[in-house]
Design a protein around this ligand. Structure first.
Ligand SMILES: NC(=O)c1ccc[n+]([C@@H]2O[C@H](COP(=O)([O-])OP(=O)(O)OC[C@H]3O[C@@H](n4cnc5c(N)ncnc54)[C@H](OP(=O)(O)O)[C@@H]3O)[C@@H](O)[C@H]2O)c1
Length: 337
């Protein structure tokens, strides 16, 4: 059931009242400003990062009460604290995932409710902060569950996705040798970070095995599938990754293709560690570490483009095209030109 909303006023939010294709069901509309429940805070949203997960929610992932909001990555300034909240006060800049389950709006709003947060460290601006939560959580959970350690060879398939880009950096931080498959956009940046980069697509199995000198120790797959019904899935890539791994599917973990993982015996980066939504124990505990790393220039999530609230449909279209080429961030307080 949705938490109570305040009569204190109305705000703008992007949300849906029925499940379906995002472009059909999402609306920018007025909604009541939500009040934070026990243990939660409310922030005035500066930036909201969009993710493919937003479109999955529109299509019915983790279905629940409607209306429901999109926009899971939030950075902003605390403007209300719920009962029992300690360590944060009104006026603090914070980042974290929006609670989209218990409230009738999420992060793509003037105000959002957060159950998990960390303070934005000095040196990190709020727009950059809004790009971090899901990338950090997903990439860290995946690299950690895979068990990436120093001197191993890690392949990151789809390193031009923001999850993949984050995972490459985390693999390198652990002392692994990282081979990245990526398009042109971030190839040079990935090389500069220390990865060996090759293209995805035809011939990838042979190219990666040659670079690895045989079977790499571990493979993380973040290449998008099924973004839009009319875009063919990256189809068959998991089978190729198993070939790269010398036929051992347990060396491969995907955060995208769960059906393919079940069919091939590949590890599923979401469901195999119980404790959260969809069966995953989420790793927001490391958000503060990576926010500090970002502030110090040791970790980055490139932003492709920012959008005024009114431009939200452009952001949805670009994300759904599978060619975001960086993070897409809505800035509710900014006016479109
Ligand atoms: N399970 C979880 O917990 C979880 C959580 C969050 C996200 N995810 C999933 O992780 C995936 C990545 O999310 P994201 O937000 O990082 O995506 P994203 O940044 O929006 O990914 C877009 C990028 O994907 C690359 N790409 C497109 N087609 C590709 C292909 N066939 N092979 C490899 N790369 C391709 C493109 O980069 P280049 O072509 O320039 O390289 C493009 O810019 C999504 O499918 C998302 O649903 C899972």
């Amino acid at each position: 059931m949705s938490a109570p909303t305040s009569a204190a006023g109305a705000m703008r939010t992007i949300r849906f009242h029925a499940y379906g294709e995002p472009a059909d069901v999402l609306r920018l509309e007025e909604a009541a400003i939500p009040s934070p429940g026990p243990g939660a805070i409310r922030v005035r949203v500066h930036g909201c990062g969009l993710n493919p997960a937003d479109w999955a929610l529109c299509r019915g992932l983790f279905a629940g009460d409607l209306p429901r909001g999109v926009g899971l990555d939030v950075a902003g300034v605390v403007d209300a604290v719920g009962e029992g909240v300690a360590g944060v006060v009104i006026g603090d800049p914070v980042l974290g995932p929006a609670n989209y389950v218990d409230y009738a709006s999420a992060g793509a709003s003037d105000y959002a409710i957060l159950d998990h947060w960390t303070k934005v460290p000095p040196g990190l601006d709020l727009t950059q902060a809004a790009s971090l939560p899901m990338v950090v959580e997903t990439a860290f959970r995946s690299i950690d569950w895979l068990g990436v350690a120093a001197d191993q060879t890690l392949v990151v398939n789809g390193a031009g996705t923001m999850i993949g880009f984050g995972a490459v950096q985390m693999g390198l931080m652990r002392g692994a040798r990282v081979i990245a498959t990526a398009g042109e956009t971030f190839a040079e940046r990935l090389r500069a970070l220390g990865a060996v980069v090759t293209a995805y697509g035809d011939g990838m199995v042979e190219r990666v095995r040659e670079i690895a000198g045989g079977s790499p120790d571990l493979i993380f797959d973040a290449a998008p599938v099924n973004l839009k019904p009319d875009i063919a899935p990256a189809g068959g890539v998991l089978a190729d990754l198993v070939k790269i791994a010398g036929g051992d599917p347990r060396r491969v973990l995907t955060c995208v293709d769960f059906a393919g993982a079940a069919a091939l015996g590949v590890r599923n980066g979401f469901g195999e560690n119980p404790g959260g939504p969809g069966g995953a124990l989420l790793r927001y505990d490391v958000l503060g570490d990576f926010a500090r790393a970002a502030a110090e220039g040791r970790f980055s999530v490139p932003i492709a483009r920012t959008f005024a609230f009114e431009e939200w449909r452009d952001a949805v279209d670009i994300s759904l095209s599978g060619r975001a080429h960086g993070k897409l961030v809505i800035l509710p307080a900014a006016a479109s030109e």
